[in-house]
Ligand binder design. Structure first.
Ligand SMILES: Cc1ncc(COP(=O)(O)O)c(C=O)c1O
Length: 433
């Protein structure tokens, strides 16, 4: 007898019938989760157009409009329907619009099988939904040794994952060989890979060639029998500033790479559309020869995790985003903001070129995209430099993995020169006996 709820059994059967290898990638919790389509939500949906509807726990005025406080309604320029709950899958039109945008932003994705995006409470939540679905206690996750530190709470603390780190950079580029070695460690089996481009903290995105090489390594391991979940943290998607760098999400490669490779794209407007506090993100699944039933089963499981954790994502944020994406000036405004960030990245290159003497104090790490870049201080500890910058130069930076991370996203262009000069002087101060 199955240990699962019959609704989970039905989703599992769809996966086992059409893509048993994908079913095997699920964690124990991932196998067990389902969307409660027959509970309150299902019964509410069935009663949607009933004359007397006493189903859902929201409130309506005597005339049937949402019962909302007028002082709050007056503050937002959207219909009061956005005061009601959104679906646990997300606002349907927003999901469709994001999928349309995915194909526009990633031409290589066209014609490849992928799910409708499920809305999450931004990337952090999307990552944690992915952890729920795919990571069991003791599972190893493969990631570069320069990574966003919140992965520790999301995967290590909450899911019991172990991290297998590979070296990030070699000779100014991505260490694909180190990645391949980490992937092959322990022979064939279930593998969980986490890739993040543009990367936090380094601001690095792989070149097109490196992206192909990563895909080739994953295809090779899949051909040898490994089943590989590739989680793509695309938080900073679209912010690439140099030629020859992968402009498309690597999801375009993984959605169609090999039946043993499941691409899970985690993205959203927080960084991409500069709407950090809206707390909206998306989770999209794709794999070679995916059928509609299997993709829907994965969507249902993800929506089940959303339902069981935060119930649903703020309707107000989703409504504003949908209006924004369909606004006439959306593209032009986005281009203008991109110009601000890419201008700062260019300025940093110019400052470093103008001041070769800074190379005595710190080494700039490879960067070409995103919100950040890193430097490695020479001969002094990064944490000492951070303290010296704060105490003596009124300058705040972050220390991560022995590097100093500079968020140029939040520094106006006319202060960049001073930032790098301060760094140089802080290192020189620390070196003085
Ligand atoms: C690599 C990376 N992923 C995810 C996130 C989380 O983004 P969100 O605000 O959408 O949860 C961040 C935020 O700093 C990040 O740097």
């Amino acid at each position: 007898m199955s240990p699962y709820n019959p609704l989970a059994d039905a989703l599992n059967k769809d996966l086992q019938d059409g893509a048993p290898q994908i079913y095997e990638m699920l964690s124990a919790r991932g196998k067990s989760i389902y969307f409660p389509s027959r509970g309150i939500l299902g019964q509410t949906a069935e009663a949607k157009s009933a004359k007397i509807n006493a189903t859902i726990g929201t409130a309506f005025e005597e005339d049937g409009s949402p019962l909302a406080l007028e002082c709050m309604e007056a503050m937002v320029n959207v219909p009061s329907e956005s005061f009601l709950y959104a679906s646990s899958y997300g606002v349907q039109k927003l999901r469709e619009e994001w999928k349309r945008l995915l194909a526009v932003k990633n031409p290589g994705l066209r014609g490849k099988p992928c799910s409708l995006p499920v809305v999450t409470a931004a990337l952090t939540h999307a990552l944690s939904v992915a952890g729920y679905l795919f990571v069991d206690t003791g599972d190893t996750m493969i990631l570069p040794d320069l990574y966003w530190d919140n992965y520790e709470l999301i995967f290590s603390e909450a899911c019991g994952a172990k991290f297998s780190f590979y070296n990030t950079f070699i000779d100014g580029g991505y260490d694909v060989a180190a990645f391949s070695r980490a992937l092959r460690e322990g022979g064939a089996g279930k593998k969980i890979v986490l890739l993040n481009f543009p990367n936090n903290p380094t601001g690095y995105t792989v070149t097109e060639k490196e992206a192909e090489a990563l895909a080739a390594a994953i295809r090779g391991a899949a051909e040898e029998g490994s089943r590989i979940v590739v989680l793509l943290d695309d938080a900073y998607f679209g912010l690439v500033y140099e030629e020859g760098i992968a402009r498309e999400s690597l999801f375009s490669l993984f959605a169609d790479l090999h039946p043993n490779v499941l691409g899970v794209k985690l993205d959203g407007p927080t960084k991409e559309d500069y709407a950090w506090g809206f707390r909206v993100g998306f989770m999209t699944f794709g794999f070679r020869r995916a059928g509609e039933k299997q993709l829907k089963a994965l969507e249902d499981k993800a929506a089940g995790v959303v339902r069981g954790s935060i119930s649903n994502v703020p309707n107000l944020s989703q409504t504003i985003l949908l209006k924004g994406y369909t606004a006439a000036d959306y593209e032009a405004q986005k281009k203008q903001k991109y110009g601000i960030l890419s201008g700062r990245a260019r300025k940093i290159r110019a400052v470093l070129e103008k001041h070769p003497e800074y190379a005595q104090s710190y080494e700039a790490m490879p960067f070409n995209s995103g919100y950040f870049m890193c430097v490695r201080p020479i001969g002094v500890a990064a944490e000492d430099v951070r303290r010296e910058l704060l105490a003596g130069f009124d300058t705040g930076v972050i220390v991560l993995s022995g590097l100093i991370r500079l968020a140029f996203s939040s520094v106006p262009a006319d202060r960049l020169e001073t930032l790098f000069e301060n760094l140089h002087r802080a290192v020189q101060n620390l070196r003085r006996p």
